[in-house]
Design a binder for this molecule. Structure first.
Ligand code: PLP
Length: 291
């Protein structure tokens, strides 16, 4: 490995430090075993791509971080401090073609009343095969209705919380069924999102994504994908897609900040058309984002 490329960059928010955060040694423990992040998954996070030291869609990620923290009644993240800390971590990753930064805010050590914040950055995993060749997905019932975000706001739908055990369980279930990823549907048959991605569908000259009133996370990559679609003359819309619309789509993609866009090549074993040209152009657009 090239010694100038860091394996991991870690920084911790620290009020006592003049700049409000400090770099930490990733080989040493920095989190208390009593931190509510560790014991209850009680906190929020963001993950974003960093291209040669430039964080992608940083404003959108920070805005969602603030919204997620508000849903959990966490103290409002000091945006400018987080931005400076992100840029400092990103700068140390400037020699890496594509890396990933994760920022986390937890409720802190139990009983302390002080939130804990930290950031970690490392080279991104290589997703080029999924982007090029496509992925097989299975549809899994999320177990609640499509209107649950309105009826049960305490389920924190739409917030990017640290509690991802259900999401990773769904990915393991997909693997057991021989697939690469899962697509959640509501118990009443509406397509929602994937465990770590937003769903994009194409029917003719219209690109659609599940409506943001559904119990899903508002994707930053989806937002950029809509910009791209409009720039090439396609229409964009939000909808309540039914599972059958996945199967008869002219294209389906899973979008996320690090894998960018992975075309779906089968749903529950039924093949879906993969538009290599559109996928290539979309991935290039997402890859080239500078902010
Ligand atoms: N939906 C869920 C549940 C996610 O966890 C993620 C990303 O991790 C996304 C959608 C995609 O969001 P973004 O494009 O902002 O990475």
């Amino acid at each position: 490995m090239n010694p100038s490329i860091p394996v991991e960059v870690l920084a911790v928010l620290d009020r006592r430090h003049p700049r409000g955060f400090d770099f930490a040694d990733s080989g040493r423990p920095v989190l208390s075993v009593h931190d509510l992040a560790a014991t209850r998954g009680d906190g929020v996070f963001e993950t974003f791509g960093v291209r040669a030291g430039h964080p992608q869609a940083l404003n959108a990620h920070l805005a969602r971080f603030v919204r997620s923290a508000a849903s959990l009644d966490l103290p409002e993240p000091a945006l400018e401090l987080w931005r400076r800390a992100v840029l400092a971590v990103a700068e140390r990753l400037a020699g890496v073609e594509f890396s990933v930064i994760k920022i986390v805010l937890s409720r802190g050590v139990e009983g302390s009343g002080e939130p804990t914040g930290w950031l970690s950055g490392r080279p991104a995993p290589d997703h080029s095969v999924a982007r090029r060749r496509g992925i097989d997905v299975v549809v899994l019932d999320r177990g609640y209705r499509h209107d649950v975000a309105a009826t049960s706001p305490w389920l924190l739908q739409g917030a990017k919380t640290l509690s991802y055990a259900v999401n990773t369980a769904a990915l393991r279930e997909a693997a057991r069924r021989g697939a690469d990823d899962a697509v959640f549907r509501s118990s009443d048959g509406v397509v929602l999102e994937a465990p770590t991605s937003t769903i994009l569908l194409r029917h003719g000259d219209t690109i659609t994504t599940p409506d943001l009133g559904l119990p899903i996370l508002a994707g930053t990559t989806q937002d950029s994908a809509f910009d791209f679609a409009r720039s090439v003359g396609l229409k964009t819309s939000f909808s309540l897609p039914r599972v059958a619309e996945l199967e008869n789509a002219d294209g389906v993609w899973l979008l996320s900040s690090v894998r960018l866009a992975a075309p779906v090549r089968s749903v529950d074993g039924r093949p879906i058309r993969v538009d290599e040209q559109f996928t290539g152009a979309l991935v290039q657009h997402l890859w080239d984002r500078r902010d």
